[in-house]
Design a protein around this ligand. Structure first.
Ligand code: ISC
Length: 381
């Protein structure tokens, strides 16, 4: 489908009031943007994660994971080009410094102080604390979505609507879980610094430790769920919009006898990149202290057991590939970061950061300001 037809279909779906999602996977071949347009206003939920479709799950109470089932949706695709990286870089550098709202700053710094105190008392090892920020915007959701598609080629970019949740949009750099056949991939992403023209940067002890905590915890949680060994890369610097993070890629083979897709998802969610350690205590701390509802921020979203057509390999020597059928199931879930909820004329942004014993409240505030640019920069024409 060409771009024009694709966006007309999407507009028609918006008018109908029925649920839909439009999205592009990171680094997608031919920049393929897909949409699932549900054929009724019905609410479908998934509890056992065996269905196929697109799932949208909140941070807590994941029983409310909403599904757009493939079988109840029209699936359309288009190729929509991102801007060249030089253009994007230029825009990022030109983006004006964020205004500082001192009330919000004081509140966030107090929250971080409380987190550091709980860590120093030994109640927690790490906790991820966040805030919301409301920003006025004249842009329509579709324009914001196109801006996200143009700017963030390496992120998972999405535009979700459901009568139960309202409109959400985002560009997240974090994979929660990718499963194709028995092979799975996940990542430990943590540590942040502003991108200032180069990705060759040094990381301080604090960030290295913060990210190592995430890697260790993911490996520990996956231990009994996989067959054979788990492979991890060395931590490396990855770029997400105007930010740099430390990332470790983790891969392995699933053992269907030992674990279902659901148990794997919940072994990971919520990861210490959005919640903390120990998991239950950190979650409790967040719910008690953040004083607002994260809703779907730091939840997860993406393709669930979606059928993917695989082209047959005509190379005769590759007998093994020829033996496989041409359809396989793919799950590609992302952590819902760098996102917003859009209401009439107003975007609610959600931004957080990992707190460890060495965190500084002022630096953590600044980090949330830097992170908010990912979304703020697509709210203007
Ligand atoms: C919680 C967020 O980011 C996470 C992902 C990468 C780096 C993070 C950090 O450095 O704190 C956070 O753990 C957010 O963007 O709201």
């Amino acid at each position: 489908m060409n771009n024009e037809e694709f966006f007309i279909k999407l507009e028609e779906q918006i008018q109908s009031g029925n649920p839909f999602v439009a999205y592009r996977n990171p680094g997608s071949k031919n920049e393929l943007t897909k949409a699932l347009l549900q054929d009724s206003a019905e609410t479908y939920k998934t509890d056992d994660f065996t269905e196929n479709g697109f799932v949208f799950a909140p941070f807590e109470n994941t029983k409310n994971a909403i599904l757009i089932p493939s079988e109840n949706a029209e699936i359309i695709t288009t190729e929509y080009s991102a801007e060249s990286s030089e253009e994007v870089e230029k825009e990022n550098q030109e983006f004006p410094p964020a205004y500082t709202n001192s009330k919000a700053r004081i509140k966030h710094e107090e929250l971080v102080e409380n987190g550091i105190e709980a860590i120093k008392k030994g109640e927690l090892k790490k906790v991820v604390l966040s805030r919301k920020e409301d920003v006025q915007t004249q842009l329509k959701a579709m324009e914001i979505f196109k801006n996200l598609l143009k700017k963030y080629k390496t992120a998972f970019v999405y535009f979700w609507f459901h009568p139960q949740t309202g409109i959400w949009l985002g560009a997240t750099p974090e994979t929660l879980l990718n499963v194709e056949r028995e092979k799975f991939k996940t990542m430990a992403l943590a540590g942040t610094q502003a991108f200032e023209g180069t990705s060759s940067v040094n990381w301080e002890e604090k960030e290295i430790e913060e990210q190592q905590i995430v890697t260790d915890s993911i490996l520990e949680n996956l231990e009994n769920k996989v067959s054979g060994s788990i492979h991890k890369s060395e931590p490396y610097t990855s770029k997400a919009g105007n930010l740099l993070h430390l990332q470790t890629d983790i891969t392995g083979m699933l053992d269907p006898e030992k674990s279902s897709l659901k148990s794997l998802i919940f072994a990971l969610h919520p990861t210490p990149a959005v919640c903390g350690l120990p998991k239950k205590k950190a979650q409790q701390f967040i719910l008690e202290h953040e004083a607002y509802n994260r809703e779907f921020y730091s939840g997860f979203l993406g393709e669930l057991n979606m059928k993917k057509e695989v082209k047959r390999n005509n190379n005769r020597r590759n007998q093994e590939n020829q033996a496989y059928g041409s359809i396989l199931k793919q799950t590609s879930l992302f952590v819902n970061l760098r996102c917003m909820k859009l209401e009439a004329g107003k975007a609610r942004l959600f931004i957080g950061g990992g707190i460890t014993k060495d965190s500084s409240p002022a630096d953590e505030w600044q980090e949330t300001v830097n992170k908010s640019h990912t979304i703020k920069s697509v709210l203007v024409k």
